[in-house]
Design a protein around this ligand. Structure first.
Ligand code: HEM
Length: 193
């Protein structure tokens, strides 16, 4: 850790620092699952992504969060995941018992961080799908970059996170939410693989 300590970091950097272990464990679990070994495994990965993004979907529609994150209503990845599932000939039906429900508005900020940030690592995953002949137009739409580019999209979201003025308690809830989002992803991954 840097010598100044965690309090001098921006909020987005504090989220990153607080969840780095959670991220790296999810990253290695995904790789161990070999989701790009063949189309069947990629289909299982799509089911995992579907449950995660479907759980997130109500947050992108929530007015209180849209007020904090202008443009939020245009984000969210569930439609793209469903298009990918259909491209593989898979059903978009889901066992609703697998879905998460996020009810605390501050925890929701952490879930959004986890979900939006996952698009950064997705650059690597997107490349892997091309070995299976999938791409933005067919089967890997949800891993494709945003029209303005991944980095620009992420910078914009990070600026929105850093513009929030949360109390210590609210920030602690956001960090807890981000950790829960990674834990939920892990649990769902284990279910499908
Ligand atoms: C094999 C799977 C994964 C790999 C290889 C991977 C890799 C990466 C890499 C390289 C970055 C940094 C990108 C950059 O700053 O340029 C990143 C960022 C991030 N990833 Fe992943 N990732 C994976 C899966 C996930 C998953 C499943 C989630 C969420 C459920 C996730 C959430 C995040 C978040 C929130 C960030 C932003 C970190 C920050 O800068 O604050 N990643 N990932």
């Amino acid at each position: 850790m840097m010598k100044e300590g965690i309090d001098t970091l921006t909020f987005a950097k504090r989220l990153k620092y607080a969840t780095r272990v959670n991220h790296d464990s999810v990253d290695s679990l995904v790789m161990q699952a070999e989701p790009f070994a063949n189309a069947d495994r990629y289909g299982q990965f799509l089911r995992l992504q579907h449950v995660f993004h479907l759980s997130m979907a109500p947050l992108y529609q929530q007015a209180s969060l849209q007020a904090l994150f202008p443009g939020l209503a245009q984000l969210g990845n569930v439609a793209a995941v469903e298009s990918d599932l259909r491209n593989l000939g898979l059903s978009t039906e889901v066992d609703t018992e697998l879905l998460a429900s996020i009810t605390n508005a501050y925890q929701a900020i952490g879930w959004l961080y986890c979900c939006e940030g996952s698009n950064m690592g997705a650059a690597f995953l997107y490349k892997e799908t091309q070995k299976l002949q999938f791409d933005a137009g067919h089967g890997a739409k949800h891993l494709a970059a945003h029209p303005e580019g991944r980095a620009a999209h992420w910078r914009n979201f990070v600026a929105q996170l850093d513009a929030l003025t949360l109390t210590q308690e609210q920030e602690a809830l956001a960090i807890q939410g981000a950790k829960e989002a990674f834990a939920f992803y892990k649990k769902t991954l284990t279910h499908f693989f």
